[in-house]
Design a binder for this molecule. Structure first.
Ligand code: TMP
Length: 259
C-alpha cells in the first residue's frame, strides 16, 4: 500500500506522505512509542490504530463545533488525509491539574487542582529538549506573530472547555494535554488551524471511575501496565469501538502459499 508514495517526513510516532490531492498530506500513525525525548523506545502493537481512531473522533467533533483543524478524513484505520500546513514550532500545553513536569518544577503534589487552567508554550526542538518559552521569545524570534499567538490561545481555551466536558461525561479527567498548530494561506490570508493529533499519547487522562488510574502514555513512561488496554478503554467509552470489540493490532500479513 505504501509502494509508490512520496515520504515527506518521519517523526517519532507518525510518517507523512504526499497526499493524492493538491495541498493534502497523508498521516500514517506508527506503533512506535517514545518518551523522554526518545531515550525510551518501544513498538506497541495496536497503538497507531487506536490513536488514529481517537484523534479522528476528536478532530471531527472539533470541526463540527467550528474549531478549525487540519483534519479532512480518515483513509483507513491507521491513516488520515489532512490539509498541508506549515507547523508552528511550538508545543502548547494546557493544564487543569498539577502533574508531570509542572508538578516537578513547582513542587506540587500530582493531582492538585490548579486555581485555573494554565497554558504553557515549549519551543519544538528535539536537540534542545523542547525548552519552555514565553510570548516574548516566540514573537522576538518570529516563531509566531502576536495575532497567531492570540488565535492559538483562544483555540486552546475552547478546546480545553470542550474536551474537559467530553471526557468528564465518560468518567475521565482531562489533566493536561499538548496541542500543535499549523498555518496556511487562504485567499491571501494566513490562517491558523489545529494540527497534529489529540490522543492518549499527548494527553493525561485519569479514570474517575477507578481511583484516578492513568489511561495515557504515562503508563509507558512509568511502566505501569498495558498501554493498549487503557487506550482501548478510552476508545470504548468514547463509543469508537464497541463493547467486546478488539481492533486489529497489526496490518494484514502476507500469508505464504505452498503453490
Ligand atoms: P509534561 O508534564 O511532561 O510537561 O507534559 C504535559 C502534557 O504534554 C502531557 O499531557 C503530555 C504532553 N506531552 C507531549 O505530548 N509531548 C511531549 O514531548 C511532552 C514532554 C509532553
Amino acid at each position: 500500500m505504501n509502494g509508490k508514495r512520496t515520504q515527506l517526513y518521519e517523526g517519532k510516532a507518525k510518517i507523512l506522505y504526499q497526499g493524492p490531492e493538491p495541498n493534502t498530506v497523508i498521516v500514517h500513525f506508527k506503533d512506535d512509542a517514545t518518551a523522554f525525548n526518545a531515550e525510551k523506545k518501544a513498538v506497541i502493537e495496536g497503538k497507531g490504530v487506536l490513536n488514529q481512531r481517537i484523534s479522528e473522533f476528536i478532530f471531527t467533533k472539533l470541526n463540527d463545533i467550528g474549531l478549525p483543524t487540519h483534519f479532512l478524513r480518515s483513509l483507513n484505520m491507521r491513516e488520515q488525509l489532512v490539509r498541508s500546513v506549515e507547523i508552528i514550532p511550538l508545543e502548547v500545553v494546557i493544564r487543569n491539574v498539577a502533574a508531570g513536569s509542572l508538578a516537578k518544577r513547582l513542587g506540587l503534589e500530582e493531582g492538585t487542582a490548579l486555581p485555573r487552567s494554565i497554558i504553557e508554550c515549549y519551543y519544538k526542538n528535539d536537540k534542545l529538549g523542547d525548552p519552555m518559552v514565553n510570548e516574548e521569545h516566540i514573537t522576538a524570534f518570529g516563531w509566531a506573530t502576536p495575532m497567531e499567538m492570540d488565535d492559538m490561545m483562544h483555540m486552546s481555551i475552547r478546546i480545553n472547555d470542550f474536551l474537559s466536558g467530553l471526557f468528564m461525561g465518560i468518567g475521565i479527567k482531562l489533566v493536561d494535554f499538548k496541542l500543535e498548530f499549523g498555518r496556511f494561506v487562504e485567499n491571501e490570508m494566513m490562517r491558523v488551524v489545529l494540527a497534529d493529533e489529540i490522543s492518549p499519547d499527548n494527553c493525561r487522562l485519569w479514570d474517575m471511575r477507578n481511583n484516578n488510574a492513568k489511561m495515557d502514555k504515562d503508563i509507558f513512561r512509568r511502566d505501569l501496565g498495558s498501554l493498549v488496554d487503557a487506550y482501548q478503554e478510552v476508545a470504548r467509552r468514547l463509543g469508537i469501538i464497541q463493547e467486546g470489540e478488539t481492533p486489529p493490532r497489526s496490518r494484514p500479513k502476507l500469508v505464504k502459499s505452498d503453490l
